[in-house]
Design a protein around this ligand. Structure first.
Ligand code: SAH
Length: 355
């Protein structure tokens, strides 16, 4: 069992004490605390971390994001000031690569990074020293268009799970059975939280929602409506409403039990892109996509970029091929990962979304 260093109790012990003192905690509470602990402490990202993300695979990913944003800004008439706002920037790699690509078009937006982990803020500072850091969107300037980017951010936010039982819908909560944490149906009736058509779902059906992701998406849409700009959300997820738990845990590049060793593995859940679309509609901003990440990157010219990089450094040609394949091949990240964009009033139709 994981414990903390010296006198500090580990999250495992804190959760056990909390549960025995006050009763089960919700899956959402478990996930939120576990991830806050995890990103504050562990080497999460990169080849030597627990998992690898698109910007950590190749500089080409961030460059495509930068080129997409540059195209938007130039076609919007190069408004100034303009703010690059990234949510959950990880090691700062995407921001560095995207901003470098934008600079080639003569664009240098102000940089705002929203990051919860002090540890990652330090790493980000090395890559993007000019950035300003924020805990949330509230302190990001309200004047000038926003260029919002979120890659694998929404999937890290806590999901709430409801489960159908013989007695009706219940919130899924976490207990400790003396040996391990495990999810069970909570005591309180939750039928009112479920859409009417799901009321007759068979016992065991799980309904997952992410109010934190919806909250961010709605706040961003509202900001774009008020101050202009555009937002790109890139993540893995599904495009039509579905049921079932998608909570997963990764440690050392392997899937592990999400309820073993809280705070020591990365917890994530698939993003509900149907919901992101719905939110744009409700906030009255245009929504482009979702489209598959592979199609989007290819439409933006990542193939040509890979060829150019290989030409200037032939020794890297093989590695570039592998990286390109990981990013765009449907059986790798190309199909499961999706891209959706919001655009403020009057902002151009973004490249790579068809139409
Ligand atoms: N975008 C990066 C990192 C993805 S990992 C990449 O693609 O490589 C998730 C990131 O979101 C980390 O930087 C993590 O610290 C941050 N994060 C997770 N939950 C957060 C929260 N509630 N508020 C702010 N940042 C959060």
């Amino acid at each position: 069992m994981m414990t903390g260093n010296g006198d500090t109790p580990g999250l495992d012990a804190i959760f056990r004490r909390l549960i025995s003192a006050t009763g089960p905690i919700t899956v959402a509470h478990y996930m939120a605390e576990a991830n806050a602990h995890y990103y504050g402490k562990r080497e999460a990202l990169g080849a030597t971390g627990d998992f690898i993300t698109a910007p950590e695979i190749s500089q080409m990913f961030g460059e495509m994001v930068g080129i997409w944003l540059a195209d938007q800004v130039l076609r919007a008439g190069k408004p100034s000031p303009c703010h690059y706002v990234e949510l959950g920037p990880g090691r700062g790699t995407l921001a560095r690569d995207a901003l470098r690509a934008m600079a080639q078009f003569g664009l240098s937006p102000q940089v705002h990074l929203i990051e919860g982990s002090e540890r990652l803020r330090h790493i980000q500072r090395e890559r993007v020293p000019e950035a300003r850091w924020h805990d949330a969107l509230d302190s990001v300037p309200r004047e000038g268009p926003l260029l919002v980017v979120a890659n694998e951010f929404l999937d890290a936010l806590p999901v709430r799970q409801l489960v159908a039982t013989d007695q009706g819908w219940r919130e899924r909560v976490v207990v400790h059975n003396g040996e391990r944490f495990m999810p069970v149906a909570g005591a309180r009736p939750m039928d009112n939280a479920v859409r009417a058509e799901l009321c007759t779902s068979p016992p065991g059906t799980i309904l997952e929602t992410c109010s934190a992701a919806s909250g961010y998406a709605f706040e961003i849409a509202t900001r774009l409506k008020a101050q202009g700009g555009t937002a790109l959300f890139i993540d893995y997820g599904y495009t039509a409403p579905q049921t079932g738990s998608t909570l997963q845990a990764v440690r050392d590049h392997q899937q592990v039990d999400p309820f073993a060793d809280p705070g020591e593995c990365d917890l994530s859940a698939l993003v509900d892109f149907a919901q992101l679309k719905q939110i744009a509609l409700a906030a009255d901003v245009d929504c482009l996509g979702p489209v598959a990440q592979g199609d989007w990157l290819m439409a933006l010219g990542i193939g040509a970029r890979a060829a150019a990089l290989a030409k200037s450094d032939p020794a890297q040609a093989g590695a570039l091929d592998v990286a390109l394949d990981r990013l765009v091949a449907p059986e790798q990240m190309g199909a499961l990962f999706k891209v959706i964009a919001y655009r403020g009033p009057g902002w151009p139709q973004g490249e790579g979304f068809g139409g």
